[in-house]
Ligand binder design. Sequence first.
Ligand code: CO
Length: 136
Amino acid sequence: MITALDHIAIAVPDFEGAVKRFMEDFGLPFEGTEDVASAKTSTAFFPLPPTSIELVHPLNGEGPIAKYLEKRGGGLHHLCFRTDNIDEDVARLQKKGYQFLSEAPTPGAHGARVIFIHPKCCDGVLIELSQPSDNH
Ligand code: CO
């Protein structure tokens, strides 16, 4: 079941500059950065309860975020729904015809299990489902 808007993600070409902007100009609390090797993405999280802002940047200059930035420049990248049972939600949505960008959930930031719904299923919006790890 979807339980919260976990975060909103922005793709940024200048990672350090964007972190500085959100930290110093906007004054948001900065939780730190985390590289997610499975997604070839560097992330930075700014908790703004009950949700967060996530900045995403290509890890080592490659991967899906690199392609996104090449094609469109920086911008709103995805929003993420928190779920209390990702396997159940994926199965339920697959039955309704939703397509996913991977076969099964993969490891995301903070040890969560995540999967992305194909944007063509949601009017062009990329939606991530995330089930937090038990210790988060
Ligand atoms: Co995300």
